[in-house]
Design a protein around this ligand. Structure first.
Ligand code: UDX
Length: 432
């Protein structure tokens, strides 16, 4: 099948590459000339494990190409994916300007019956708006489908190639059949395609992200309670997750969720509800807990040292989670800004987000090329993301490098007994 994908961000690039991998003929379109030129040279605008290799393989096989010429890519395609950004707009609602601009351009470019797919995360009712906009600019027959994407950064290929489920909101049998064919290589008995109407599909994406964010904030509240009553949140997490009805995923307390999806989607869902006269109080609390949690390590440090000025701190992990260089809404930003405001010096390290962090903090912090270099002369170490290379440091070496052996473990990756046994003062999340 010939496919056009509009937008070469995370979702567009991964989806386009994976469809090419399954044998389709894919053209990825972007308005940014420089980005397209880089992609044509095989240079990716983002870090995602395994993606560069997959892009290379499919470009060489002639199944994947990049262009700025939207009209020719769309005109030749049987299925067009709109995968452009939906940043946070006014009062938390999703800003649809890029989606609607893409829809209009698609409308002008159609040459025959085409399935137009909303892949971007868009509020309920967007498929109808996209449909109306395209209809104004074309005489050709078309269907608009909502096909939200559930991939996680850092595991995007695995998630796309082996999804838990594929959600397809389509109002016509013809579109359902085409989408079914397209996804056939990725679905298995235990990971079905769920067909539904477009509005339910649109809402499913927001509800899923809001549910996951809710689990995290709930466990962060439980962790705060553990600290006050002398319980260990890690034991509680295991005990709670062992209930099959609950499950273990997304119960890890930490220093708050970040990234391009959870914060934005929680707010957008609240805005959608507010538009129809409904206040989602639960999600307001989810957000408030997350904001408090992002400050939690700083609060502990202030309590421990009193004054942070003239102190030096090591920060391990800068992106919002491991295996990505994405700094959007990263808890490290709140922490580091707080440390700098308090007059502290910061030495940080992230295995892949160094460059992205430089755009964020410029020369206000020092960048170390290894986690041990970051710890040199530090009065305390903050572990912010759970990269595997941070999990089992040589504690003796670490202690000999630091001025004061204090660990603030924002992801509960260290064994408190072991750290204390090596002479560290240890603070976890919800661990006494
Ligand atoms: C998320 C959804 O998981 C994905 O389905 C959707 O398509 C996009 O949004 P992503 O933002 O890439 O994916 O990251 P994810 O792995 O879900 O983590 C989100 C945040 O929650 C991170 O900051 C992470 O550290 C935090 N988190 C996750 C926790 O604090 N505790 C957990 O138990 C799990």
């Amino acid at each position: 099948m010939r496919i056009a994908v509009i937008g070469t961000g995370y979702v567009g690039l991964v989806a386009g590459t994976c469809f090419a991998e399954s044998g389709h003929d894919v053209t990825c379109v972007d308005v940014e000339q420089a980005k397209v030129a880089a992609l044509q040279r095989g240079e990716l605008p983002l870090y995602e494990p395994g993606l560069e290799e997959l892009v290379r393989r499919n470009r060489e096989a002639g199944r994947l190409r990049f262009t700025t010429h939207l009209a020719s890519a769309v005109g030749a395609a049987a299925v067009v994916f709109i995968a452009v950004g939906t940043p946070m707009g006014e009062s938390g609602s999703a800003d649809l300007q890029y989606v609607l601009a893409a829809a209009e351009a698609v409308g002008r470019a159609l040459r025959h019956y085409t399935v137009v797919v909303d892949k971007s995360t868009v509020p309920v009712g967007t498929a109808d708006r996209v449909h109306a906009l395209i209809a104004r600019h074309t005489v050709h027959d078309f269907d608009v489908v909502s096909n939200p994407e559930f991939m996680k950064e850092g595991a995007a290929l695995e998630d796309f190639l082996k999804p838990d489920r594929v959600v397809i909101g389509a109002d016509s049998e013809r579109a359902r059949r085409i989408m079914g064919e397209l996804y056939a290589p990725f679905v298995r008995t235990e990971s079905p395609i769920l067909f539904m109407d477009t509005r339910s599909a649109e809402l499913t994406k927001y509800a899923a992200n809001a549910m996951l964010a809710t689990r995290i904030s709930f466990m962060n509240d439980v962790a705060a309670l553990c600290e006050r009553v002398g319980a260990d949140a890690d034991h509680v997490r295991r005990g709670v997750g062992a209930d099959k009805r609950i499950g273990h995923a997304f119960l890890h307390p930490g220093i708050g969720y970040g990234g391009s999806c959870f914060p934005k989607d929680v707010r957008a869902l609240m805005a959608t509800a507010r538009d129809v006269g409904l206040e989602l109080d639960l999600l307001r609390a989810v957000e408030a807990t997350n904001a408090r949690q992002k400050q939690s390590l700083l609060t502990k440090a202030l309590r421990h040292y009193g004054d942070l000025s003239r102190h030096t701190f090591a920060v391990w992990g800068l992106a919002f989670k491991p295996r990505t260089d994405d700094m959007r809404e990263a808890p490290s930003v709140d922490l580091i800004e707080g440390l700098l405001d308090a007059g502290a010096r910061v030495q940080c390290h992230d295995p892949v987000a160094g460059e992205a962090a430089r755009r964020c903090f410029a020369d206000r912090v020092a960048y170390a090329s290894t986690c041990y270099d970051a710890a040199e002369g530090a009065d305390g170490l903050f572990l912010v993301t759970e990269w595997s290379e941070f999990r089992h440091p040589d504690l003796r070496r670490l202690k000999s490098l630091m001025r004061r052996p204090v660990i603030f473990d924002g992801r509960n990756v260290f064994d408190p007994e072991q750290a204390r046994g090596e002479g560290f003062t240890y603070f976890g999340v919800g661990r006494g």
